[in-house]
Ligand binder design. Structure first.
Ligand code: PRP
Ligand code: URA
Length: 255
């Protein structure tokens, strides 16, 4: 279920015009070093404004034309932010030197990725991020961990995990669009650690975090890296992120 009250966000707007606006949300001021946040560009804020808008969801339910429907807009806009997160995640993987020859016959001292990766989505909402990862890494293996938050207590419950057999040898891109209390993410991280994944080889990719959830996760696992598109103001009494976007899974999958 989504929060019922529209919450007023106290976000200072970036300057209009063509200035580069690389602000960090004020909630980022005290974040641990392993919590990375995408640059707060006007483009990112515009994309987030679309997926946060409750009318995007309302219109979706009455639309009959899939490609022009707001539901499509919700998913396609989320997909664009997810793509930014995946590209940033790939920036943090190790590379080794590689010399190639250009069509002009000139040698170029480049690099190539070193080491194997896999994706792991925290179902269900995390599955929405799989396509973005596949767009960048075509044949990537993707494991699944099904964790559901109790609607009353907000406590996460683990139902199922299916991971690549050799996951302990891989860098692991853990996917979940929402980080509220951090309970689900921490349960998923425990599953990865139990399967032999090294903490420093986990990259958690996430659309929106609460400051308290992000801090809890990053402090408990100081060697992993989190990359989030935006850090919101906090949590409401039902442990929903505010201003947030409601229940991502329900909105993305129209349930
Ligand atoms: C959502 C979200 C995270 C979790 C975040 O999933 O996708 O997994 O809640 O909350 P937390 O940080 O307090 O644990 P949910 O359990 O609602 O299931 P869903 O993926 O089916 O929407
Ligand atoms: N899960 C969501 O989808 N949204 C929240 O705000 C919290 C948990």
């Amino acid at each position: 279920t989504s929060p019922t009250n529209a919450t007023k966000a106290t976000m200072s707007l970036p300057a209009s015009g063509l200035q580069a606006t690389h602000r960090r949300p004020s909630s980022c001021a005290t974040l641990p070093k392993n919590a990375l946040v995408l640059p707060a560009t006007n483009q990112l804020i515009a994309l987030l404004s679309i997926i946060r808008n409750r009318d995007t969801q309302r219109q979706a339910l009455v639309s009959k034309t899939p490609l022009s429907s707001p539901r499509y807009r919700l998913s396609s806009t989320s997909d664009r932010i997810i793509r930014l997160l995946v590209e940033e995640g790939l920036n943090h993987l190790p590379v080794k030197p590689q010399t190639i020859t250009t069509p002009l016959g000139i040698e170029y001292e480049g690099v190539t990725f070193e080491g194997k990766i896999c994706g792991v989505s925290i179902m269900r909402a995390g599955e929405a991020m799989e396509a973005g990862l596949r767009d960048c890494c075509r044949s990537v293996r993707i494991g699944k961990i099904l964790i559901q938050r109790d609607e009353e207590t907000a406590q996460p419950k683990l139902f199922y995990a299916k991971l690549p057999e050799d996951i302990s040898t891989r860098y692991c891109l853990l996917l979940d669009p929402m980080l509220a209390t951090g309970g689900s993410a921490m349960q998923a991280i425990e599953v990865l650690l139990e399967h032999g994944v090294k903490e420093e080889k986990i990259l958690f990719l996430n659309l929106i975090s609460s400051p308290e959830g992000l801090k809890t996760v990053c402090e408990k696992y100081p060697k992993l890296t989190t990359i989030t598109a935006w850090v919101d103001e906090g949590l409401d009494e039902k442990r929903f992120i505010v201003p947030g976007l409601g229940d991502f899974g329900d909105r993305y999958f129209l349930t």
